[in-house]
Design a protein around this ligand. Structure first.
Ligand SMILES: Nc1ncnc2c1ncn2[C@@H]1O[C@H](COP(=O)(O)OP(=O)(O)OP(=O)(O)O)[C@@H](O)[C@H]1O
Length: 356
């Protein structure tokens, strides 16, 4: 359906997207996941033909987005990060305007507008000016224009950003419903969103694709680092020896908690092996009572944190997950870069004409 090959976008010296290649198959929801500034919006803007790539190719249903933009764009509905809405139009006026831009045949126009407005539940708001809508409703209107024309692929850039929890749930449900008839690609820096909505995840960091798989497989792949955390009373060597003989244990780390007078013990264990019972009997046999035992499974969050934690580390597997919250990253720094390299891009309203 979509084939992205060796896609590169440079803003001056800064490489925002760095040789990205991936394929999107029909009928699934894909999550494009990465911290702020990872290059998600830039990639989506290139896939949808909003901006040109520096290198590489995007094919949509066999059409090159730059060489045959009209045919390629017919297959795509796009909700950019800043929905291109005209605030002085009513919802219905805007929907008609969007339908005209998409060249929806006259005999289908009213029917489709009604269907789509019903689908995203904005019919009650049809006569309201867009500037008087809440952010959640504006997002629905943006989503509605993306769905109009029933394109095969719907691309949503951070569709729930800035919404309240109730609106987030509603928009997520709407997105899940789209899967029946469309392929959906959504970008997000929110893991729980991707976990809740997507069948397949593409993790991007510093413009590079660092992992792509189903959420379950990503967790399973990283599950080699599953571990069992314990607090045990007894002699260090006795505990260690007893634990090391247990089948499935691949490593034992111990540190003494002098307050509790217990050994804090971390067992590395093989994937899919439950050794709790063996550990219990081994410790009982060694006369070393267990005070606490907890299995620590790798979550998608751990995978994400490991993969996106730093450019230097992203090639290998970092030891820890000292994630710097994305909100803390220096926006100022990015803006300076933007100003420095200053490749002029159109304002969001000007991009309206490109929506198809
Ligand atoms: N027009 C531009 N000029 C210069 N640099 C840009 C421009 N647009 C984006 N960048 C830079 O490219 C990098 C990737 O930005 P992009 O917006 O694609 O990231 P993102 O993953 O979508 O992040 P966010 O979630 O914050 O939108 C950032 O460092 C950003 O500052």
């Amino acid at each position: 359906m979509i084939e992205v090959s060796n896609l590169v976008k440079k803003y001056g010296d800064h490489t925002a997207v760095d040789h990205l290649s991936f394929q999107i198959e029909k009928g699934k929801i894909y999550g494009f996941l990465g911290p702020n500034g990872a290059g998600k919006s830039t990639t989506m803007n290139m896939i949808t033909g909003y901006i040109a790539s520096t290198e590489g190719k995007v094919m949509i249903d066999g059409y090159d987005i730059l060489e045959e933009p009209e045919a390629a764009k017919k297959c795509i509905g796009y909700l950019p990060e800043m929905p291109p809405l005209y605030f002085d139009m009513t919802v219905l006026e805007y929907m008609k305007f969007a339908a005209d831009l998409k060249k929806i045949p006259r005999n289908q126009k009213d029917k489709q507008i009604k269907e789509v407005m019903d689908m995203v539940k904005i019919t009650d708001m049809k006569d309201r000016l867009i500037k008087n809508l809440s952010k959640g409703y504006r997002q629905r209107v943006g989503l509605a224009q993306a769905i109009l024309g029933y394109p095969e692929v719907i691309i949503l850039d951070e569709p729930t950003v800035g919404l309240d929890p109730k609106q987030i749930i509603e928009i997520r449900d709407l997105i899940k419903g789209l899967k029946q008839k469309h392929t959906v690609i959504l970008s997000s820096h929110i893991l729980s969103e991707v976990r809740a909505v997507c069948d397949y995840v593409l993790i991007i960091s510093h413009g590079k694709l660092v992992a792509s798989d189903t959420p379950d497989n990503l967790e399973r792949l990283a599950a080699g680092s599953n571990s069992l955390l314990m607090k045990v009373k007894g002699e260090k060597d006795t505990i260690r020896k007893a634990l090391e003989t247990i089948e499935g244990v691949t490593g034992v780390e111990m540190s003494y908690d002098s307050d509790e007078k217990l050994w804090k013990t971390k067992l590395s264990i093989q994937e899919n092996v439950d050794i709790r019972e063996k550990v219990f009997y081994a410790m009982a046999k060694a006369n070393c009572p267990i005070y606490e035992m907890q299995v620590k499974r790798v979550s998608l969050e751990d995978v994400f944190l490991e993969l996106t934690e730093g450019e230097k580390k992203s090639a290998g597997k970092p030891e820890s997950s000292q994630w710097k919250p994305v909100e803390d990253r220096s926006l100022e720094e990015e803006q300076t870069q933007e100003e420095k390299n200053g490749e002029p891009e159109k304002a969001s309203d000007e991009k309206e004409g490109d929506q198809s």
